[in-house]
Structure formats: C-alpha cells, structure tokens
Design a protein around this ligand. Structure first.
Ligand SMILES: NC(=O)C1=CN([C@@H]2O[C@H](COP(=O)(O)OP(=O)(O)OC[C@H]3O[C@@H](n4cnc5c(N)ncnc54)[C@H](OP(=O)(O)O)[C@@H]3O)[C@@H](O)[C@H]2O)C=CC1
Ligand SMILES: Nc1nc(=O)c2c([nH]1)NC[C@@H]1CN(c3ccc(C(=O)N[C@@H](CCC(=O)O)C(=O)O)cc3)C=[N+]21
Length: 282
C-alpha cells in the first residue's frame, strides 16, 4: 500500500489566494498589512527562510520590510529595535528570526515583542492565551500542521498523537493544539527512553527534532499518519526531513513530504497571522 501524500504546497496556494482577497478588502479600508522581519547575522538557512517569507508577502500584497543586523549587535540594541517597531503604527507584524547569536537572550527579546504584533506567537502572553484556550496569535508551524490535518481529513478526537520534540516554536504548541482537538497527546524528547516503543503507539506522529532522516519504519505503527517538520540542508543543497521518507512511505497511510509539506504551510500561516494583526489595528 502506498501512502497518500499530504502536500502542503497545494493547500498553501489555496489558502494564499483566499488571503489575497482579504488583503484587497483591507486595502479598500486603507489598511495595508505590513510585516517587519528582523534578522541578526548571516546564517544561510535563516536568510533563505526570510527571503521566502518576503516573497510570499509580496505575492499577496502584504508590505514586508527586513531589518538586517550584524551578529555582534548587543542585546540592548536589539531590544531597542524591537521597542521602536512596537511603537511604529505602520508595522502590524514583527518577527525576529531565530536562532539568535549565543550572546543574546532569546527569551528576553521575544518577551518584548508587543503581543498584538507577535505574528510568530512566541511571546509569553500569546503562549499563555493558547494554553488556556483564548484567542491568540498562534505559532505558524503548529497552526499550519493543524490546517494540513484538517484539509486531508485526519480525525483527531480520541486518537493518540505522539509529538517528538518539545521546542517552544513547534513541539510544545502543536501538542497543545492537538490536545484542544481532543487528541491524547504524548511528548517525546532527547531524554525519552525506549523512543520507538512510544512512537509505535501513535495514530498520528509529529516529528520535529532536526535530525535528518532519523525516524524509520521501526518507529512507526503500520498505517499511521506522519507529519515531518524537519528541515535539514544537506551539503548537496538538498533539504530533507526528520523522517526517512523513502523507507516509510509504503508503511504509513498519510505523510507530509519534505520539501513541500509543512514548510509552505508555516509561511502561509505567517501571512494569516500578519493579516490578523493588521485587522486588530482597526
Ligand atoms: N517546516 C517548518 O516550517 C519548520 C521546520 N523546522 C525544523 O524542524 C526541526 C525542529 O525544529 P525546532 O523545534 O526548532 O528544534 P529544536 O532544536 O529547538 O528542538 C528539537 C527537539 O527535538 C528533541 N530531540 C533532539 N534529538 C532527539 C532524539 N534523538 N530523540 C528524541 N528527541 C530529540 C530535542 O529534545 P530536548 O528538548 O531534550 O533537547 C528538542 O526538544 C528542525 O529541523 C527545524 O529546521 C522548524 C520550524 C519550522
Ligand atoms: N522567528 C522565527 N519564526 C519561524 O517560523 C522560524 C524561525 N524563526 N527560524 C527557523 C524556523 C524554520 N522555519 C521554516 C519555514 C519555512 C520552511 C520551508 O518553507 N521549507 C521548504 C524547503 C526549503 C527550501 O525550499 O529551500 C519546504 O519545506 O518546502 C522551513 C522552515 C521557520 N522558522
């Protein structure tokens, strides 16, 4: 049996064309949604992602601006940049690209982003609102995964969802969203013992660890649904996921590819969140 492939790029196009209509409607009210991305240093993967974000904004009429800062910028100077953006009424969405250089306290920076402009959903206020079920700006990757599961007809209620990875940007919030949809959620991480014995129980397996092709058939129950968040650039320039796609594809019922799976949905949800933030300005 061959798996059905959950293409994120197809769904992303569909959602983006709807978002374009919303942007045009906002323009009639003289609101042009605008996003500012702050990038520190010259990490090549970060640069690639930021370019993709800019291009996606442009395509649907969101105004985007990138602030490029030197890797030796001080924490105070970066904080001041964020404060200026918080105070600038022409900026609806602020995104500080991660990772930041080691000398900068990432949590402190994220805490300063005005929650209504926090299109990444990384500020403690938005994380708290998500966890108690209040309206919030929700992190883009988890939100995109939920859209994918819905579009491809994956039912969650009562199902066992296993999340591998507990980062603040992917693992933790996807578990929260799955729980809100009545899945039974288990988190695994680098200290988890007997990983495969747990992941093998998953009806839905979400993998966000950042280790190229780490997950094999031995980790997966036959017929499970697999969401591969991983994005590792090989020296050849090729990008691969955390799942050994070729090995597992005939073993699972549904799977996201890498590329063209979760990635395009992340960027689409950034557009969605920027529009949401712009609407809040009305
Ligand atoms: N497609 C997309 O849109 C996006 C893709 N990504 C990609 O997803 C991947 C994960 O990103 P991110 O969450 O930021 O990564 P982090 O490095 O912040 O977190 C990785 C998590 O995986 C866990 N982990 C690492 N090794 C193992 C292991 N051998 N067994 C079990 N758990 C393990 C870690 O455990 P511990 O907590 O114990 O250290 C940690 O919780 C990366 O490849 C990243 O590039 C990220 C964001 C968006
Ligand atoms: N503040 C912040 N917010 C983020 O959302 C954020 C971040 N920092 N730091 C890094 C991670 C990673 N991330 C990705 C986004 C898109 C793809 C993506 O679209 N990837 C393509 C492949 C890449 C390519 O084609 O070059 C795909 O999967 O099809 C991947 C990864 C967002 N992140």
């Amino acid at each position: 049996m061959s798996a059905s492939i959950m293409y994120g790029d197809i769904l992303a196009q569909k959602i983006r064309s709807n978002l374009k209509i919303v942007v045009n409607e906002l323009k009639e009210e003289n609101i042009i949604p605008s996003l500012t991305v702050v990038i520190v240093g010259d990490n090549p993967a970060s640069k690639t992602y930021v370019k993709m974000k800019q291009k996606a904004c442009e395509k649907i009429g969101i105004r985007s601006h990138v602030i490029e800062l030197n890797s030796d910028i001080s924490e105070e100077d970066l904080l001041n940049q964020v404060i200026n953006l918080n105070e600038d009424d022409s900026v609806h969405g602020i995104l500080v690209q991660l990772p930041l250089p080691d000398h900068i306290n990432e949590k402190r920076i994220l805490e300063y982003i005005e929650p209504t402009k926090d299109v990444d959903g990384f500020n403690p206020i938005n994380i708290g609102r998500l966890s108690i079920g209040q309206d919030a700006l929700i992190p883009c990757t988890p939100l995109g995964i939920m859209e994918l599961l819905d579009f491809y007809g994956v039912s969650l209620r009562g199902k066992h969802a296993v999340v591998i990875g507990r980062s603040n940007i992917v693992g933790k919030p996807i578990g929260q969203l799955l729980l809100n949809k009545d899945a039974t959620v288990t988190y695994c991480h680098s200290k988890t013992e007997a990983l495969s014995s747990i992941t093998k129980q998953a009806d839905i397996l979400i993998v966000a660890i950042g280790k190229a092709q780490f997950i094999t058939k031995d980790h997966i129950k036959p017929g499970a649904v697999v969401i591969d968040v991983g994005n590792t650039f090989l020296s050849s320039g090729k990008v691969v996921g955390d799942v050994d796609y070729n090995e597992v594809k005939d073993h699972v019922s549904q799977i996201t590819p890498v590329p063209k799976g979760v990635g395009p949905m992340t960027i689409t949800m950034l557009l969605h969140n920027t529009i949401k933030a712009a609407k809040n300005f009305k």
